[in-house]
Design a protein around this ligand. Structure first.
Ligand code: MEV
Length: 315
């Protein structure tokens, strides 16, 4: 007996502040939920035998969740629905989002978390929702650490270590971030595999870089908890350089990194798997950022990009 879908479910997007890639190897990372990441609504289809129709116009997704399809989104959604005991036929699911897809802001985790919640309900146990989400995430990313699913399900600012209970962090000041989509497509699985090859080929320097990324997270956590945005910015910039040494930056991301620093950012870095996706730039605290934010925004707009600002605070 399959369960019916709820009429509505949602999930957060995510931004990794520090520690991506190293988190796959057991080092800590800090990530924050982006509220209103993805919202799904479900209505019954006139034909109960028709495969589920999934439409998310903002991601140009319009497909049928046919279990034998090779489309990764359809396969991932089918697996999540099946794990949760949900239906594979007789419904139309429509998604609304302002998150760009495949840009390092957790679009696939938001989709798998919201899909699980359509079956299990908005107040389902986070652990069960995460377990379901990870089944889908493995289809997209092969060896996900779980940080994207956790933040998509929980929101807030979290310190995460693989297979450990996450620690919610309360920032002493809100953290103003400019998020700059580079418009370069990239695949998380490819970037993670690239790092793995580098570490296998050069284990000693590779492990040293991972360990440095972990140390940067520890400093960054203190900076967040004490409201020291200048130190947090420095940790972000160091993290960008370390990720670049692992080979997951790109000429475009490096250009955006320097552009942010030249226009008043306290620090900047690629976020998520890299190779493309987004840059995040830390703005000075509110009074000072009133002058630097428009200057930085103009600089990125002149590169034909559309940055946006989020203020991270603990809910
Ligand atoms: C992707 O958002 C973050 C990575 O660290 C991969 C993962 O943690 O699964 C690159």
């Amino acid at each position: 007996m399959t369960r019916d879908l709820h009429s509505h479910a949602s999930a957060c997007g995510k931004v990794i502040l520090l520690g991506e890639h190293a988190v796959v190897y057991g080092y800590p990372a800090i990530a924050a939920g982006l509220p209103n990441g993805l919202s799904l609504s479900a209505t019954r289809h006139a034909d109960p035998a028709k495969p589920i129709h999934l439409k998310i116009p903002a991601w140009e997704l319009d497909l049928h969740l046919d279990a034998i399809t090779h489309h990764p989104v359809a396969r991932a959604c089918c697996e999540v629905l099946r794990f949760c005991g949900g239906p594979l036929q007789g419904w139309t699911i429509t998604g609304q989002t302002s998150l760009p897809a495949r840009a390092g802001l957790g679009s696939s985790a938001a989709l798998t978390v919201a899909m699980a919640r359509l079956v299990l309900g908005e107040d389902a146990e986070v652990d069960t929702v995460m377990e379901a989400s990870l089944i889908g995430e493995r289809i997209f990313h092969e060896t996900p650490s779980g940080i994207d699913s956790l933040v998509a399900a929980r929101g807030g600012i979290l310190r995460f270590v693989r297979s450990q209970e996450p620690t919610p962090l309360t920032p002493a000041l809100s953290i103003p971030l400019m998020i700059v989509p580079s418009l370069l497509p990239r695949s998380t699985a490819t970037q993670v595999a690239k790092v793995r090859r580098k570490i296998e080929r050069f284990p000693n320097p590779g492990q040293a870089i991972l360990s440095a990324l972990g140390a940067v997270v520890d400093e960054g956590m203190t900076a967040i908890q004490t409201g020291n945005l200048a130190d947090l910015g420095e940790m972000m910039s160091i993290s960008h350089e370390l990720l670049s040494a692992l080979g997951v930056s790109s000429p475009r991301l490096d250009q955006l990194f320097h552009c942010a620093l030249e226009h008043g950012a306290l620090g900047a870095k690629l976020t998520g798997a890299g190779g493309g996706g987004c840059l995040i730039a830390l703005l000075p605290p509110s009074e000072a950022s009133e002058s630097s934010e428009p200057v930085m925004k103009t600089a990125f707009c002149q590169l034909n990009l559309q940055p946006f600002v989020v203020n991270l605070a603990h809910p």
